[in-house]
Design a protein around this ligand. Structure first.
Ligand code: HEC
Length: 143
């Protein structure tokens, strides 16, 4: 019995780890799956399904230097819209991006995960906590 116990513990530990990773992986897949659907619904009209945007009017997300550097303010723009002049890959854009007041933290987390996995060189989830933190900060500034 004394010899078996550590083996059982080891086995249990490994199974626990595998189960845990799988759960995280399933969550990631769900985020990507729902994220692409929500992207098509709320974003692709302007930025296009392939992320290339629309010449001069709507900036590209694919290969965008701006996307890679401004996650928090992009999360804020998805919820509250944006009407600044921004420079994406050396080109100026100044059309307004509309707000999506009905999108919840989870929706924004899934969309953000999708666009950063697809076009931002990321392989991780942007979780609801990150979204809420970014929204909290930008809403603080806007007040
Ligand atoms: C009506 C067209 C329109 C829709 C719909 C729209 N955007 Fe935008 N988006 C814009 C415009 C215009 C800008 C530039 C805003 C500025 O100049 O301040 C922009 C900027 C951006 C940027 C930063 C610039 C870049 O290309 O990296 C990101 C990222 C982005 N949008 C993502 C999204 C996402 C995600 C959605 C869906 C939730 C969305 N947009 C919906 C028009 C749109």
């Amino acid at each position: 019995m004394i010899k078996i116990k550590p083996l059982v513990l080891l086995f249990g530990g490994i199974m626990g780890l595998v189960a845990c990773q799988t759960k995280e992986e399933i969550k990631h897949q769900t985020y990507l799956h729902d994220g692409v659907e929500k992207y098509k619904l709320h974003c692709a009209n302007c930025h296009q399904e392939d992320g290339k945007g629309l010449a001069g009017l709507y900036p590209p997300l694919a290969n965008s230097d701006y996307l890679k550097k401004n996650k928090a303010s992009i999360i804020c723009a998805i919820k509250h819209g944006q009407a600044d002049t921004i420079v994406v890959n050396g080109k100026k854009y100044y059309q307004p991006m509309p707000a999506n007041p009905k999108l919840e933290g989870l929706d924004i987390a899934e969309i953000t995960t999708y666009i950063y996995n697809k076009w931002g060189d990321e392989t991780v989830i942007t979780d609801i906590k990150t979204v809420e933190k970014a929204l909290g900060e930008c809403e603080g500034i806007k007040k």
